[in-house]
Ligand binder design. Sequence first.
Ligand code: CTP
Ligand code: CA
Length: 234
Amino acid sequence: SSGDPAHRPLTGRTVTITAGGTREPLDPVRFLGNRSSGKQGVALAAAALAAGATVRFIAAHMDVQPPDGVELTTVETAAELREATLRLAPQSDALIMAAAVADFRPDSVSETKVKKRDDGENPVITLTRNPDILAEVVQQRGSSGGPAVIVGFAAETGDSDATPLAHGLAKLKRKGCDQLVLNRVGRSLVFGQDSTEVTILDAGGAEPETVSGSKNRIAEVVVSRVALALGSAG
Ligand code: CTP
Ligand code: CA
């Protein structure tokens, strides 16, 4: 049964999950956003709760309701997501970064609504890089401690340089996380869909594992891999 400890391998563990898509304001009524629905994050939270974990859920904008039973922190921008993640990650056994974080933000935010102009001049938006939160958590773990297991998510397309798998393996190395859940996009897969196919890459050298099915199914596999990694981490 679900009360059997063998089926609740994350009992006593804390898992922080980021989900949804960040929004970067341009002015009081407009923002730059992305199409992340938050569904994968909700599925991950449900799987971690079912496995017995305490779940800290950091929600950027989501099309769906955040799950019940989590400690919820809501954020809007990448800067707010960074602050919440760097605060909660050190007290967590695992971090799963399912949020779609804006790589750039407008380098200034207008305090008043941007208006059309009579002189025909159009506004120009200039962008600044946002910090890489996942890479910072990995760095923070190296210096002052952090989650024993850090999982990233990445959506990749193949291009003339490399296959999605090669891009994913390079990203796993670059970020320094323990596992990277690779979505191959561009075939009407992923955004807002209930079902998808991913390949899970492992920094420990385990063979890549391909999982297809619902986001719930993928979440169960990701969470059981986290439990396995925590088990062997002691
Ligand atoms: N991520 C993050 N901080 C950012 C951007 C991304 O923590 N500023 C995290 C995402 O939550 C995800 C992982 O990094 O878990 C990979 O995101 P992705 O956008 O694929 O990686 P990038 O390094 O931004 O690479 P790209 O230039 O391909 O977008
Ligand atoms: Ca990115």
